[in-house]
Design a protein around this ligand. Structure first.
Ligand code: NAD
Ligand code: LMR
Length: 327
């Protein structure tokens, strides 16, 4: 039996926590032979702690062979202690009528303390995945606290957007999901993101050869992906949870799989014209478990460049909004 891996998850009694923890404990994220210890953080209020105890009771009742232990806490330093994966979900979701950036003032400050605690107590191999919105900028805030861990360990999730884009292209072309390849997300997890259909393929052919309706790609497909979170929120009355949790697990699995190419928001080094130091979605190739290199070789059309500029401008403006949290 392998040594258990400690997985910390914040906001563990929330919707994404509930949609994800049982799958992680069943081995769907780190592998069917990898025991896990779940370290679950919730707010220091009785309602949240009671809900967390309820989730833990249910996890126990599943008798998962891979669940080697659980830690329930309201203290980030306990939750992140020796954790190899720190999944930062806990924060407010948006309500109907809001954009994700409207959450910055409330959620941004959470990531200062959590980033600091992770840097102090997490495992030397810790990897941090930020899901709480607006996730790119929250990830930048958390990474700013890192002294011991490299900032490259802090990634934000744009995988849900990749999955949404793949699914919509497959539906439009009338092909199975598995026919879609090389579809990556650039920029912010917001309506400004660019789902790069110009380099993606369907059944090995360029998307633009299979879906010849350029207007659909540019003016229907892109906004549909960008605003999909709002569509789910409008329909459910709550933001996406199961699909978000599923994408978080895809994100971790792909980062654990050498050779995998996938969309992740990472610290920009200036590639694709993104401002240095913001966290922007780009395609990465996993080099060894937990490490990656940015794929910088895609040449962008003028149309794509104009989209990249817009999403970059939004990320730069979010950075200005949270300047006081970056010290
Ligand atoms: P939720 O309200 O159901 O659950 C959030 C949980 O976090 C709550 O139980 C709350 O008590 C807890 N929490 C709040 N602040 C905390 C803190 N400082 N420490 C620990 N726990 C804390 O929300 P949800 O649906 O699970 O969504 C969580 C976040 O994920 C939201 O910000 C949402 O917008 C975001 N999200 C991101 C994506 C993405 O693609 N990046 C997708 C879906 C949702
Ligand atoms: C999503 O994309 O579904 C999430 O970011 C939640 C939201 O607020 O849209």
């Amino acid at each position: 039996m392998k040594k258990p891996v400690r997985v910390a998850l914040t906001g563990a009694a929330g919707n994404i926590g509930y949609a994800t923890l049982f799958r992680i404990a069943a081995g769907e994220m780190l592998g069917k032979d990898q025991p896990v210890i779940l370290q679950l953080l919730e707010l220091p209020v009785e309602k949240a702690q009671a809900a967390l105890r309820g989730v833990a009771l249910e996890l126990e009742d599943c008798a998962f062979p891979l669940l080697a232990g659980m830690v329930l806490t309201d203290d980030p330093k306990v939750a992140f202690k020796d954790a190899s994966w720190c999944l930062l979900v806990g924060s407010k979701p948006r309500l109907p009528g809001m954009e994700r950036a409207d959450l910055l003032k409330d959620n941004g400050k959470i990531f200062v303390g959590q980033g600091k605690a992770i840097d102090e107590v997490a495992a030397d191999d810790a990897r941090v995945v930020v899901v709480g919105n607006p996730c790119n900028t929250n990830c930048m805030i958390a990474a700013q606290q890192a002294r011991r861990l490299p900032k490259s360990r802090f990634t934000a999730m744009v995988r849900l957007d990749q999955n949404r884009a793949v699914s919509q292209l497959a539906a439009k072309a009338g092909v199975p999901i598995t026919e879609i390849a090389d579809l990556y997300i650039y920029g912010n997890h917001s309506p400004s993101m660019f789902a790069d259909f110009t380099h993606a393929t369907i059944g090995g052919k360029p998307v633009t050869e299979v879906i010849t309706d350029k207007a659909w790609l540019e003016t229907e497909f892109l906004p549909k992906i960008g605003k999909r979170g709002a569509a789910v929120l409008e329909a459910r009355g709550q933001s996406s949870a199961a699909s978000a949790g599923n994408a978080m697990m895809d994100h971790v699995r792909a980062l654990s799989t050498p050779g995998a190419i996938h969309s992740v928001a990472v610290e920009s080094d200036g590639s694709y014209g993104f401002a240095k130091g913001i966290w922007a979605g780009v395609p990465v190739r996993t080099t060894e478990p937990g490490s990656y290199e940015v794929i910088t070789s895609y040449a962008m059309t003028d149309f794509a460049k104009s989209k990249l500029e817009l999403t970059n401008a939004e990320l730069v403006s979010e950075r200005e909004t949270v300047q006081e949290l970056l010290g």
